[in-house]
Each structure stands twice: as structure tokens, then as C-alpha cells.
Design a protein. Sequence first.
Length: 216
Amino acid sequence: MRKACLDAGQSDLAPPHAIVTQTLSLLLAGSDEARAVSSTEIRDRVWESLATLAADPSVGDDYDQIRRAWESHEAHDKPREEVAAPTRGIAVAEKPLETPVHTVGNHSTIWGHRIGPEAWRIFEEIVRVNGITEVVFGPFQNTGNPPRKPHVRLVASKIPNHIEGKCYDKGPKGTLQTFQIRVANPEERDTILRVVRDHLVSLGHVRSSAFEPVDV
């Protein structure tokens, strides 16, 4: 992890310390007995830690760069020379593009079958970014702690052409709605993630975990 941070241009000790601390917490959670930990489980928990840290807009770009360097190391490749991919060709349009925003089949959402008006404005901003093929809603839950206003968090998925999202809102059926942003070109996924995240941050639609509890 230290090597991945260095490859991503993060020479400070704080990022690897944060990642390792969070990863160890995840590995130790829910078990009081001695047990063997597989390399696959370690990789999965590292991914979860990086995803959680990358969801914070104040440091998200840094941890996305570390994730890309770590993925290159995991694949036994040399780290990419351009860890931060250029944003040329991926931009925010003047108005929403004709990109589907929908559920699969007859599945419901925290808002029922019609997205709440404030949350809908967030998704309209998301589909202003080109390169996205669709936004698909997934499972939802009730955190028991509804936010003051709708906001989202975004992280890269393990699936190359997916971005995982969570929308927090006070819906009649729940408060946390998951969704996926699917992109046409997997090589543009990280660029699209950065452009969408920066755009939403500028509009106040992404909250930092420094100001909100992790599960809100």
C-alpha cells in the first residue's frame, strides 16, 4: 500500500496509514476468534477502504489515484505514468443528455416508482456528463437517520465500466438508495467519475464525511 501511494504521488505517511487502519478494522470486525485471512479477503477489504475514503470529496481524487496505482500493482503491471487520466473529451453539457435513469423491471426505490423532485435534480446533473450510457437504481435501505437534503457519494466499481453511487434522501420507503452509473468506454470510467464528482461537488450535491456521519 505504501508503494501504491508513492506511485500515485502521495509521499506522505497519512494516506497509507488511513488505508491500513481502515482495512484492519474491517478484517477484525465481527470476529473474536483467531483465524486465517486469505489474500482475497485482504484485497476485498482494501478495496472497501479505498472506496470509503474516495467517497469523501475533500480527498477523493487522491484516493482514486491510489486505487488506480494499487490495481496496477495487483495486476503485476507497471504503474501508469498518467495516474490522473486527462479529462479531454469528457465534459458537462449545457443541459441533461438523453441518458436513461431507471430501475430494472418493476423494482421500487426509496421514493416508490417516481424519484423525489430534489433527488431528480441531482440525477439530471449526473446525466449532463457525456460518456454515460445509463443510470440504474439498485437495492435500498432505511438508515434510520434521514439527511437534511438529498446528496450522493460516488466511487469506482470493481466492474470496469461501472461507477457505484449512493443517494441519501428522505423517501417514503427508505433513506439510502444505491445506483450504478454505467459508461460506454471502461478506459474513460475514472475520468467520467472525476468529472461527475467535481460537478456535483460544485453544486453542493456531495457531502464530506468530515461533516456527516459515515452512514448518512
